[in-house]
Design a protein around this ligand. Structure first.
Ligand SMILES: CC(C)(COP(=O)(O)OP(=O)(O)OC[C@H]1O[C@@H](n2cnc3c(N)ncnc32)[C@H](O)[C@@H]1OP(=O)(O)O)[C@@H](O)C(=O)NCCC(=O)NCCS
Length: 149
């Protein structure tokens, strides 16, 4: 992902999340801190993206945002993006939080080997709970340099 792709990211984010979409600030901060920021594309058209950040202190890479264009879902693009993050993550664990009523995302994460860790009540606002999930990556090379932080 390049900063020039950010307008496409914002457009896709709005299509995917509606009123709950991140604005520019969240993605600009994501760029500023570095991390794994990948897109799936066909030609010039962005089909999906994922943003993740590694935290050496806790040994976790957090998947902060992932979205696939509503017209392009259920073709394995989300799975491919998640596996691409996994391939680039330089921490022993991957973590994320997902809305408990987000059936498609929870199905995807479970099928990729993420386990449910804890319920986070009101994480997305009043009455909107989140589920924190984790995947342990093995084998993990602890000598590997973090390409970000
Ligand atoms: C979550 C998301 C990224 C998945 O992208 P995708 O490209 O459709 O993902 P994939 O095609 O790789 O996998 C989707 C899986 O969910 C399944 N699925 C789709 N709708 C479902 C539903 N309502 N209930 C249960 N499973 C569902 C599909 O069958 C598929 O599983 P399978 O491979 O075992 O058949 C996409 O739905 C999205 O952008 N959602 C809006 C943004 C969002 O919620 N992001 C995640 C925030 S934590």
């Amino acid at each position: 992902m390049h900063i020039r792709d950010l307008a496409d990211v914002i457009r896709l984010e709005r299509r995917a999340f509606g009123r709950e979409a991140w604005g520019w600030a969240g993605f600009l901060i994501g760029f500023a801190f570095g991390g794994v920021f990948l897109q799936a594309a066909r030609g010039d058209k962005m089909l999906g993206f994922v943003l993740a950040q590694g935290r050496r202190a806790t040994g976790e890479t957090w998947i902060l945002n992932i979205a696939v264009d509503p017209d392009q879902r259920n073709q394995g693009i989300g799975r491919t993006l998640m596996l691409a993050v996994e391939a680039e993550a330089a921490t022993p664990r991957l973590r994320l939080t997902v809305r408990i009523d987000n059936a498609a995302a929870r199905h995807l994460y479970r099928s990729l080997g993420y386990e449910e860790l804890r319920l986070r009540r009101g994480y997305y606002g009043q009455g909107r709970d989140g589920m924190e999930m984790e995947k342990r990556i093995t084998p993990y090379d602890s000598q590997q340099e973090l390409p970000y932080e």
